[in-house]
Design a protein. Structure first.
Length: 392
């Protein structure tokens, strides 16, 4: 055991030397968009609670009105509450598809989808910047993985051509709709064309787009009017919905297949009824939140425009997720610390969450951010940017 201990300590020290060590910071959430972190009150620019629903009185009330706190078992034993089935019907209707299945969270949904539909006989084509849960799901599936350069359809097509000669059983393209660390959007229309041309299925993770994009917050695919051309849709309840959990939606047979094959669905306890009640309530609010979506869009656009004007590298962000790419991890940490000193929270994101050499601050806007707060934050970022040599 002593060797274990020394080995672990050694590796942690190496991470710290490279400014890559991670520590948990005690954080409490007050009235949006403020949080208290290690005793300091900060304007929160790191939250995925984009519409501010996490603290909504109707969601809290829905949880409080639920008698049972926990679930008795997995769904396939005695954990299949009528309320969960009702939620799945509502989700399918909202997503304008045949069927939906609730998962414990987005990570498990992605693991479940990829490892159920694919195995060693199959090929999967994945954007280089897809979320870690997609990467892990691919690994678990054992399928041959073709990673295409971020958003690069020529590269993807070359890989599809290459794979076409190899006689794979099934082929699947998988992409985030909105990329979680870059805030840009996937070229879904082009992906649909390629998947048709190469007889491939398409799986879209709408974790950061449901609630924030599209009519009634249905997500990017609906916004583009191509939802029915995508075989598998996934979304989370942990971001704009302000609750917890996730869903996968699609045709009946695909969902039924998941019920029979997805180990991250079968071998885990059903989400508690209190959570399901809150999700049901949130689904109603999400559909009525056009005004919040509009505010979020307007505020995000202003934030992005101002930062680009000052010369910050905000990648190709076109959403409420706005990175300020710095490159160096220690510089990113120092930038974040200086913002904290100014009462602003934007957590530094470092490898391996983002590729080596692309450490950054990831700002996420909320509909609740006040215009003058946003203006002050832009001024602080700019001052610190000059001071740290991030902009010249
Ligand atoms: C694109 C994407 N997919 C999946 C997930 C995982 O979702 P959850 O937090 O519900 O596990 C996240 C969240 O971190 C994400 O950003």
């Amino acid at each position: 055991m002593r060797n274990w201990q020394l080995g672990l300590r050694n590796e942690l020290n190496q991470l710290a030397d490279k400014n890559l060590i991670r520590e948990l910071k005690s954080t409490a959430h007050g009235t949006n968009p403020v949080c208290v972190r290690e005793g300091k009150t900060l304007l929160n620019f790191s939250s995925n609670n984009y519409l501010g629903l996490a603290g909504h009185p109707l969601l809290i009330q829905a949880m409080q009105n639920t008698v049972e706190a926990g679930s008795p078992s997995s769904r396939l034993l005695v954990g299949n509450e009528a309320k969960t089935q009702h939620l799945e019907e509502e989700l399918a209707q909202w997503q304008e598809t045949e069927s939906a299945l609730v998962f414990s969270n987005g990570y498990m949904a992605n693991l479940g989808v990829l490892s159920s539909f694919l195995d060693r006989k199959d090929a999967v084509f994945s954007d280089q910047l897809n979320h870690a849960s997609i990467v892990d799901g691919i690994r678990l599936s054992g399928a041959t993985s073709f990673r295409y350069r971020h958003g690069n359809m020529n590269h993807l097509e070359n890989l599809l051509k290459k794979a076409a000669k190899k006689g794979f059983r099934r082929k699947l393209i998988v992409t985030d709709a909105v990329f979680s660390m870059d805030g840009d959007i996937a070229p879904l229309r082009d992906l649909v064309s390629l998947k048709e041309k190469y007889d491939t299925a398409l799986f879209v993770d709408e974790a950061h787009s449901v609630g924030t994009i599209g009519p009634q917050g249905k997500g990017l695919a609906h916004h583009l009017g191509i939802s029915d051309q995508i075989e598998i849709h996934m979304g989370t309840f942990s971001k704009a919905f302000g609750v917890y959990g996730a869903y996968v939606a699609g045709k009946k047979d695909w969902i039924h297949y998941l019920i029979n094959h997805s180990r991250s669905f079968i071998y885990t306890t059903a989400l508690p009824p209190s959570i399901i009640s809150a999700i049901l309530q949130s689904l109603k609010l999400i559909q009525q939140s056009d005004r919040s979506r509009h505010l979020l869009k307007r505020k995000s656009m202003k934030f992005r425009d101002e930062l680009s004007k000052y010369g910050f590298n905000i990648a190709n962000s076109s959403t409420q997720i706005v990175p300020v790419v710095i490159g160096d991890s220690s510089k990113s940490l120092a930038f974040s610390q200086k913002l904290i000193a100014n009462g602003i929270l934007s957590v530094a994101i470092r490898p391996p969450t983002v590729p080596a050499g692309s450490a950054r601050l990831r700002f996420s806007l909320m509909a609740d951010h006040r215009d003058d707060d946003i203006q002050n934050v832009i001024e602080s970022i700019t001052e610190i940017g000059y001071e740290c040599g991030v902009i010249l």
